[in-house]
Every structure is written in C-alpha cells, then in structure tokens.
Ligand binder design. Structure first.
Ligand code: SF4
Ligand code: SF4
Ligand code: SF4
Length: 327
C-alpha cells in the first residue's frame, strides 16, 4: 500500500502539472531528529523532500496570508496547503475574517493521527544518541549506537492532541487518510478541567505564577494564525497600552490581551505552547476560553463558513450576568 507521504508527493506533483496550485506549503524533515520544519515548494523544487510523519507539528495556516499576498501581487494565485484538522479550522477562520479568499487556497486535508511531543521523548533520551527513527502503528522506534527503545505513540502526544475532537478537517478540496481517527466527544484535558474548577483567586494565582516565566519574546503570538494584525496592540505606541518591560504587570497585560483576542477564534492547535521557549503553559488559559465559548454559545471555530463567530453577533438570549451596574 502507498504510504501517506508518497500519496502527498504524487498529489502535489499532479496539482503542479495541472497548474491547480503555484506553491505548496507542507513539511520536510528537520536537521535535528524527531523534528520537521515547514517546506515552501514551487514547481521546480525537490518534491522528494516533502515529509509526513507524527512530528509534523506546525500549524501551517500561520504562513498562508503572507504567502498568498506575496505570490498574488494583483493576479490570482492558488496556494496549496497541507492541513491537519486544527490547521484547516485556522484556514477557515482566516477566510471568515477576510484575510484570504476561498479561491486563494487549495486545502489538502489530512486525517490527523495526533502529533508526538518531541520534548516528552527527549525527556527520556538524548537527541545526540539517536541514529535512526522508525514507526509502526503503535510505536516510535528509536535506534541508538548500542540499542533501541520503543515509545508508545499514545503516551507521547501533545496535550492538545490527546482528546482532539476534530482530527479530520471539515473543509478541504481533497482529503488524504481513511477518516478512522475522526472526532470523539471528550473535550479539554484533566489539567485544564482541574484549573477551571478552581476558584477565581486560585486561578489568578496560577495565571500570575505561570507568567513569571515569560520573557515576552512574542513567539506565542507569531506562531498563531489568528495573530495576523499588521500592528499588534503589544507594539502600538499610539495609544500605548503598556510598557515594554518585563515587569509582571506588563507581561500580564500582554497575555490578557492576547488570550481575549482568541475568544471564539482559538482552535486549540497548540502552536503557541510549542513555540514558547520558557514552557509557559498557555493552553491552560486558551483551552479554558475554548470551553467557555462552547458552553456559552455552542460554537466551535473553523468548522464551516456559515456560522457567525459569537463575538461578531448578538442573540437576545445571550447570557449577560457579567454586565454589572455601578453601585
Ligand atoms: S490538535 Fe487534533 S488535528 Fe491538531 S495536530 Fe492535534 S490531533 Fe491533529
Ligand atoms: S492561541 Fe495557540 S492554540 Fe489557539 S489558535 Fe492560536 S496558536 Fe493555536
Ligand atoms: S512565547 Fe512564551 S516567553 Fe515568549 S511571549 Fe509567549 S509566553 Fe512569553
């Protein structure tokens, strides 16, 4: 049977030859083991370098508006993109928010088996010892100079992949994969559920504590497809919302702004968490927001083009208990 990776290569070759796309955004293997990196391919580039494996973690939608704008230059141009469930929801979000047109993009959906958290594996071995990596249905097999070790895939997934509800893209032009790992109904995770169950004061304490690690590098913002503003509120000077210091109050202000801008937009792809060099557990806060939006408005972002995002619309029965009267 043809591997999914060969299927992707053959499809991209065909799409280029039929002139259905002019550029493709996919993955290639990284220079370090257990990692991949985004690969931007034009028709004359080496398609054999394209990769698909359980380490294809980037949400590639983040590059789409810039690649489309650059290629387009006034003419029509179609950009092909490989989308896991969460990535495809980001693409839908970008189209809904008018950052792209549906005609600009050819979505190659892929049924996502869940992505492996490289850091979980590297907490058990040293990357410099790795000689070869292979995988079967259940395991990642790592070979060293003097032995080998198997890692059960399901024990080494990213937090956001553990109970992912939307592994199969809802919107695509063509779909690769057998659809077996489609949605389940479990939401959130134990860690997020425990955090949500705490009192407001306890949650604030954890929020503050977690953010003491932040160095305000903005990698979380840069990795997120929803953060496409040409001028981010964090860098605006007129008005200046907060200072460029590493005081906790400034850090908190940035994060409150970033997190609330994600309401009804975050697809829980985990890109911001993976980008953070300080291991700030941003998912605690964004995932809680995802659950809150779902509970209040019954809305999951990026599943279709029709449903209006809750923060852009108003219903007479919307809960309003947060609105307080001056005493
Ligand atoms: S969040 Fe879901 S769709 Fe996205 S990488 Fe994880 S399992 Fe795949
Ligand atoms: S906030 Fe984080 S998890 Fe949510 S869409 Fe952006 S990168 Fe993905
Ligand atoms: S990526 Fe991490 S360290 Fe950088 S601004 Fe975001 S939370 Fe702070």
């Amino acid at each position: 049977m043809k591997s999914i990776e060969s299927e992707i290569k053959d499809l991209i070759k065909k799409l280029f030859s039929e002139k259905k796309i002019e550029v493709f955004i996919g993955y290639e293997n990284g220079t370090l083991p257990l990692r991949t990196t985004p690969y931007f391919v034009s028709p004359n580039d080496d398609l054999d370098k394209l990769a698909w494996n359980r380490f294809c973690s980037n949400n590639l939608a983040v590059y789409l508006p810039r690649v489309v704008a650059k290629k387009k230059g006034g003419n029509s141009c179609k950009v092909g993109i490989l989308c896991k469930g969460c990535d495809s929801r980001s693409v839908v979000g970008l189209i809904k928010e008018k950052q792209l047109s549906r005609n600009d993009v050819f979505i190659i959906g892929i049924v996502c088996p869940g992505i492996i958290d490289t850091k979980k594996i590297l907490s058990e071995i040293k990357s410099s010892d790795i000689e070869h990596i292979d995988e079967d249905d259940e395991n990642i097999m790592v070979k060293f100079k003097d032995g080998k070790k198997n890692f059960r895939k399901k024990d080494h997934l990213y937090e956001c992949c553990i109970n992912c509800e939307f592994t199969t893209p809802f919107v695509y032009d063509t779909l690769i994969g057998d659809g077996k790992s489609s949605s389940n109904t479990i939401t959130s995770s134990q860690k997020v559920a425990e955090f949500s169950a705490k009192s407001r004061q306890e949650r604030w304490q954890i929020f503050e504590q977690e953010l003491t690690k932040c160095i305000r590098c903005y990698a979380c913002r840069n990795a997120c497809p929803n953060c496409y503003c040409k001028e981010c509120f964090a860098e605006q000077t007129k008005p200046k919302w907060f200072s460029v210091t590493n005081d906790l109050s400034d850090i908190i202000f940035y994060h409150i702004g970033r997190i609330f801008h994600q309401a009804g937009r975050c697809v829980d792809c985990g890109a911001c968490v993976r980008a953070c060099p300080m291991d700030v557990d941003l998912r605690l806060f964004t995932r809680m927001l995802v659950d809150e939006v779902k509970e209040r408005f019954g809305y999951d972002p990026g599943l279709n083009f029709e449903e209006a995002p809750p923060l852009t619309t108003f219903a007479s029965d919307d809960k309003q208990e947060f609105i307080t009267e001056p005493s």
